[in-house]
Design a protein around this ligand. Structure first.
Ligand code: SF4
Length: 191
């Protein structure tokens, strides 16, 4: 897994480098958390989920417990198709897992100030670069899955699934029912 985490960082940095010239004109400002609260779906791969889990495990026990509850609540709301703020967004509008935020958060920005009527506007070249990065992320995590952040974190909290995943085994039947109802993608199928 260590090598995979290194590769993950390389994919993030490569995207940041390639998208930089287009992002120079972004309207995003510190303290704006529109994408974290209203833009909808934050999808991640299982490998990104594992990295986030590691960061959560490093928090104080009390905070960990509180996140477990928040994530559970968020998952239930998502299941009812509600758009709710990301569970990692804090009251001061900072991201508690910013250092390990997933690619979905790294790629999003906007060329104008967003409102509910004006969702984020991203340069088409950045979208193309992002598509390639997503494929690279899925390729890197070829025994894993992709889906909404709270659903993937829930899967990783399931001991049997976690064991299979950490062993590098591929048993999609293990998540078939949950996967179908929660729109979980098998990374291998996207390659
Ligand atoms: S993980 Fe962090 S950056 Fe991404 S949506 Fe949540 S709060 Fe925002």
């Amino acid at each position: 897994m260590k090598e995979k985490f290194i590769e993950l960082e390389k994919i993030y940095s490569s995207f940041t480098k390639k998208a930089r010239e287009y992002k120079d004109s972004q309207a995003c400002q510190k303290g704006c958390a529109f994408c974290c609260s209203e833009a909808g779906s934050i999808d991640i791969t299982t490998l990104e989920g594992l990295q986030i889990k590691k960061a959560l495990n490093a928090l104080a026990k009390k905070q960990q417990k509180s996140f477990t509850k928040t994530l559970h609540r968020e998952m239930r709301k998502r299941e009812r198709k509600k758009i709710v703020p990301c569970p990692f967004l804090m009251k001061n509008k900072a991201c508690i897992i910013y250092h390990v935020r997933p690619f979905s958060c790294r790629r999003i920005y906007s060329n104008h100030i967003c409102t509910s009527q004006k969702p984020p506007k991203v340069n088409r070249h950045v979208m193309d670069i992002a598509k390639k990065s997503i494929l690279a992320l899925q390729q890197l995590d070829d025994t894993g899955y992709s889906g909404h952040i709270s659903f993937v974190l829930h899967m990783l909290d399931t001991p049997a699934f976690l064991e299979t995943y950490l062993n590098g085994d591929f048993k999609p039947q293990q998540i078939m029912v949950f996967g179908k109802s929660h729109k979980i993608i098998i990374n291998k199928m996207m390659l």
